[in-house]
Write a protein that binds this ligand. Structure first.
Ligand code: AMP
Ligand code: MG
Length: 326
């Protein structure tokens, strides 16, 4: 079970598929769509009934607010206010795997279910061509959490979404494998200091370089408080249990490794990046967890992964995948 990263380029969107998906969104339905981070489960963010459908299908706690996807910054500016730092970050990282939490405009029309009643809104401009085409044609703000049951592994391929929801699956736009493979980096600019709510493939150093100041770690602080939106300690969980920082796996375990020095293993194994490339490892992470899980092992042992750059986000996901489940 050794991997190679799926190098297939993002599939170009077929206009008739995009039109069909946009029709469903505009009619109050749900659509699963590809992005460069993971596949999203989309609904018109202004339509409370449609958004309720997201929470129901995912079995997501209603206190966990959703990210709204828009085609460009102009569309975002209709929903939220942009302080100067937000302009700088949007210039640097949009379109891309990067979400800003900003003060919401009171007249933006977004359902209060999307924000879980907060006066802030999380917005993102994705770069994936299918996502951009869908947002442009649907011409509505699209609430889009990851297209998986709450607490489980995020999908990075259309097949993952179909497997996740089975007969309940909505229309899935197939855009190939997600290039980044981890959920967007989330920065909160609504408070006194910029805070990193969730690490992602846009790494901390790059953001701090644009801001000219350090990011506070609100995300880490909130990790212990289960009522805080979206910072749940247990998340991204496979059926198997997970042990971290393991040098050599036991025979009955699955082994998730990284780098050229990964020891050989008798049971199922997956090397996130033989070359030791953290971006490749991020892109492979969720597929690797799904693959090892599907082999039926009771435990997945994970080698140490360096924490710098994108490694911070990989380690964040692995810690949550390994956390005690509630
Ligand atoms: P997901 O939809 O699974 O990618 O998760 C979205 C993340 O964005 C969660 O961690 C939410 O808590 C976070 N989020 C969304 N809206 C807000 C907001 N207004 N304030 C703080 N965090 C938010
Ligand atoms: Mg998710």
């Amino acid at each position: 079970m050794t991997n190679t990263r799926d190098t297939e380029p993002d599939r170009l969107p077929d206009p008739s598929d995009i039109a069909a998906a946009a029709n469903i969104l505009c009619g109050g339905g749900l659509v699963a769509f590809p992005t460069e981070t993971v596949y999203g489960l989309g609904a018109d963010a202004r339509d409370g009934t449609a958004v309720a459908g997201i929470y129901a299908l995912k079995n997501r706690p209603a206190f966990n607010p959703l990210i709204v996807h828009v085609p460009d910054r102009e569309a975002a500016a209709e929903l939220v206010r942009f302080p100067a730092q937000a302009d700088a970050l949007a210039d640097a990282f949009w379109p891309g795997p990067f979400t800003l939490v900003l003060p919401a405009r009171s007249d933006n029309g977004i359902s209060s279910l999307v924000t879980a009643g907060l006066d802030t809104l999380a917005v993102r401009v994705p770069s994936h061509p299918s996502a951009r085409a869908l947002l442009t044609v649907a011409a509505c703000p699209v609430a889009g959490p990851s297209a998986n049951r709450s607490g489980r592994i995020s999908p990075t391929r259309a097949d993952h979404v179909r497997a996740e929801f089975g007969a309940d699956a909505p229309l899935v736009l197939d855009g190939g494998a997600s290039a980044d493979g981890l959920e967007s980096t989330i920065v909160d600019l609504s408070g006194d200091v910029p805070a990193l709510l969730r690490p992602g493939t846009v790494a901390r150093d790059a953001i701090e370089a644009v801001l000219g100041e350090p990011l506070s770690d609100l995300g880490e602080m909130m990790a212990g408080a289960p009522t805080a939106p979206g910072q749940l300690a247990s998340h991204y969980a496979p059926a198997a249990s997970i042990r971290l920082d393991v040098a050599i796996a036991q025979d009955d375990e699955g082994f998730l490794g990284f780098g050229p020095e990964m020891p050989t293993h008798n049971g199922p194994s997956f090397n996130l990046s033989v070359a030791g490339d953290l971006r490749e490892a991020a892109a492979n992470l969720f597929d690797a967890l799904r693959t090892l899980d599907a082999s039926g092992v009771p435990m997945i042992a994970v080698m140490p992964i360096p924490a710098q750059g994108v490694g911070e986000a990989i380690n964040d996901r692995l810690r949550r995948a390994a956390a005690p489940r509630t």
